[in-house]
Design a protein around this ligand. Sequence first.
Ligand SMILES: NC(=O)c1ccc[n+]([C@@H]2O[C@H](COP(=O)([O-])OP(=O)(O)OC[C@H]3O[C@@H](n4cnc5c(N)ncnc54)[C@H](O)[C@@H]3O)[C@@H](O)[C@H]2O)c1
Length: 348
Amino acid sequence: MGSRKIGVGFIGLGHNALGHIRAHIALGKSDLVAFCDRNPNRVEAARREFGGDALYTTEDIYSNPGVEAISIHTGDGQHREPFVKAVQAGKHVLVEKPVANTEEDVLAMVEAANSAGRSLKIQVGYILRFNPLFEAIHKAAREGKLGNIYYVEADYVHNLLYQAGQTDEMTGRNWFLEEELPMVGGGSHALDLLRWISGKEVVRASAYSNHFTFLEMRSDDCQVALFQFEDGSIAKVAALYGPRCEMAPCYNLRLYGTNGTVDRDRIAISSSTADVHPAFEQIDAPRVRGHPYGPEIEDWLDAITNDRPTRTPLHDGANSTLATLRAVQAACEGRAVEVAVLAAESDK
Ligand SMILES: NC(=O)c1ccc[n+]([C@@H]2O[C@H](COP(=O)([O-])OP(=O)(O)OC[C@H]3O[C@@H](n4cnc5c(N)ncnc54)[C@H](O)[C@@H]3O)[C@@H](O)[C@H]2O)c1
């Protein structure tokens, strides 16, 4: 592991970016060179919390040679412009999930990264891959303990009604209400977890949705999708933004394999072919509340330092986003929709 500090700039200084900046400070592996937001009040708030005078409201973050890497935390539909400018300027990027809110934006971002003249380390913010419980489940699955996994499910059940009060003071708009797609914004977290743990790619999506509980949202607030993987195995993802309950424990993760089962944070493994009712045991891993931004950031910085791929490179994160965008299309059109899989061109 190298130990040099990476110069990092941040674009978009909302709640999510502040969590990342605090995690950078706790890690101590980066120099925080620039903070950028179109809202000067947010830049000033960052200056008050983090000190220093290297704070920008303008775009000179891209030309600053001290900024080696850019962390992008704009709203879901606002990632494309800063991402493309960052990779064209030769910066490594952490971009929050979903990669974008439209297929056109995702593909333009992948194209821009593939066209960059050098190997850029891109991390897509699918943070569940860094949750220790899910890391332990990923390890067990990839070691073959569950056998061949044939059905998986995970949900993003999160009461986000408070977002109705998050109107942007600069634009007078509220992207959470006007642009967010629950299956893409939240559901892609769950699908990404299922893709990562199973190691399988989605080839087809079908979905239903309805709109009963979060009426301020433009999009349907309840979206439920079935995904078919390349080998015929199946995933189910529900994305609910207005449930009257706390977040679903362990994202309701369930995995069914030919040799074992995971039920949220418990695992049952058959000891022999005759052992058809193995008992569930608690999975031996720390239970973490909130988002483990530190390990995600550390993986990105270490990938830059050591010239290796990140845990969630661009094509991989894009495949989670694209499959959920196709699920939204499937719900709108009332039919199953094919999903194209991106290959790992840019993730050197
Ligand atoms: N990985 C996770 O678990 C996780 C958790 C929360 C949020 N997120 C994601 O993080 C992103 C940000 O979420 P948020 O809740 O902080 O949003 P937010 O709307 O509160 O903040 C976004 C900020 O970006 C600024 N901005 C937008 N376009 C800009 C531009 N072109 N240049 C400069 N500034 C610009 C806005 O002024 C705003 O301050 C979203 O994509 C969200 O889905 C991810």
